[in-house]
Design a protein around this ligand. Sequence first.
Ligand code: PEP
Ligand code: MN
Length: 258
Amino acid sequence: MEKKDMLVYNNNFKTLNKLFDLNSNIHIIAGPCAVESIEQMEQTAQFIVKNGLKFIRGGAYKPRTCPYDFQGLGEEGLKILGHIKKKYDLITVSEIMDPRDIEKAIDYIDVIQIGSRNMYNYSLLKEVGKTNHPVLLKRGMTATVNEFLNAAEYVVSNGNTNVILCERGIRTFEDSTRNTLDISCIAIIKHETSLPIIADLSHSLGRTDIVLSIAKAVKAMNIDGIMLELHPEPKKALSDQQQQLSFREFESLLEEIK
Ligand code: PEP
Ligand code: MN
């Protein structure tokens, strides 16, 4: 279909996104890669609240490359997120991979994340499109901008206009970062649509030492938000240890980008 007939290019989403006040400062979605325990999430939530932030992330269902690696706590993880959401009044963000899990997840998570590996899962996109729950749609690691926006069109055309896009890096020959953050994608989406877009600086970079410069760069592009992995003890994390920020690192980053 031509751009002129697609909702993502024509709708004004600015008025529709409940959770994203697009006139406010940059939104920061932080939290561990995976929900590992109630203690880990309590510590993270207290830290997030102390820093005046509103969102907490954490995967209950983890799409791991190796089937023998930690797969997430599943439903127990969702319940931990539900507890945190109530106790700290935070907005919870967590990935759903299976359409059968949507219904049970909805009470516990405020934003359904569709991960990079599932951007092309059209049945999943249609199902989340039939809810009116906010959806954080990540770019597939090999998806063109057009494919990315068509994935968003699947959600929007099924009735759910609460979509937040997330650039999380694409696969290139470059191996000094985990993926290559595509800033052109951010500029194109800002230019051609009114959908909010955030950048995931943890999965794109896969390292913590250059997060600050990249955060400044995307902030200068007027990005709507950034996603950052944050863990009370990154070295002990059950997944993505190398890219999760410690509380200390996170605090100095916040200082710098404010
Ligand atoms: C995540 O955010 O937990 C994740 C797995 O990211 P991605 O889908 O971008 O790889
Ligand atoms: Mn991760």
